[in-house]
Design a protein around this ligand. Structure first.
Ligand code: ZN
Length: 284
């Protein structure tokens, strides 16, 4: 499968950002821009990405941190400063709670930042925290919503994406959704992704390159995805090619000039037919 990933571009991001922010966050910026520059992934309601790293605090302790997209930043032009870092161990402990109001959740996120001046972390931060993977990508891609907004959405998701995904029923974004998603992942720890009905897609991977391949699942050719068992069972990213798009050439720009004539759009009649949807709405 062709990838949007370019070694040369990745190296540029690494050279630019890794000396100050570390290699993982440098590549997180790179692949977040790849996703953000693709209107088929983030046109409706955006998405968010994260990476788990080790940070040194003021006392010299090396602790786990979750760097997750902050509010006020767009994925297609995000910088390392757009990923507020939070104390991951604390966030994981919150999972023990039965309930957590939205107001208290926001308070907990803000009071466990490494930098008090950082932007507010995404409202979906705890979902990123409750999953164990290093790189996590979340989009509200049209192609996923076209499936999940159908009455038989869960079945359609499995037909299209195979059995390497967890399908989570609709729950409003927030603590309860994060907790449910974490629990459902525990029941299928070999999953590469998670579809949230009427909401979007989470994909996860141990490194930036694999993470980018999985985040591009909604761009896979629907002709292949539409036929269960045709190569989709084991590894979705290798089951179909998607056309190389001009995304890579756009990611280093700020602001999202977007191409609406991308080649793979021609391959979408099946998705479009399935989506007798009005305009799919992403959850916040
Ligand atoms: Zn979302």
């Amino acid at each position: 499968m062709k990838s949007r990933w370019s070694d040369a571009d990745a190296r540029q991001f690494s050279d630019r950002y890794a000396p100050r922010w570390g290699e993982a966050l440098a590549l997180r910026v790179y692949t977040s821009r790849l996703i953000g520059a693709d209107p088929d992934l983030v046109m409706h309601g955006g998405g968010n990405t994260s990476v788990k790293i080790i940070k040194e605090n003021l006392l010299g302790d090396r602790v786990e941190a979750l760097c997750v997209k902050g509010s006020g930043w767009d994925l297609d032009s995000i910088e390392p400063q757009g990923f507020p870092a939070l104390e991951l161990a604390w966030l994981r402990r919150l999972r023990k709670l039965e309930k957590l109001s939205d107001e208290e959740m926001v308070n907990q996120l803000r009071t466990h930042l490494f930098d008090a001046s950082a932007p507010n972390p995404s409202v979906e931060t705890l979902l990123h925290a409750f999953l164990p993977h290093t790189f996590i990508d979340h989009t509200h891609a049209d192609a996923i919503l076209a499936l999940t907004n159908q009455p038989d959405g869960a079945e359609l998701v499995h037909q299209a994406l195979g059995d390497r995904v967890v399908v989570v029923p609709y729950v409003m974004p927030g603590f309860q959704l994060a907790k449910l998603a974490g629990e459902m992942f525990e029941g299928k720890r070999d999953a590469d992704g998670m579809v949230l009905l009427k909401h979007g897609l989470f994909t996860f991977a141990p490194d930036a390159r694999a993470s980018d391949r999985r985040a591009a699942w909604p761009l896979l050719r629907p002709a292949n995805l539409a036929q269960p068992g045709r190569g989709c069972r084991r590894s979705l990213p290798s089951c179909a090619a998607f056309s190389r798009r001009p995304v890579a050439t756009r990611i280093s720009r700020t602001a999202g000039s977007s191409s609406s004539t991308a080649p793979h759009r021609k391959c979408w009649p099946w998705w479009r037919r399935r989506s007798a949807l009005r305009s799919p709405r992403a959850a916040p």
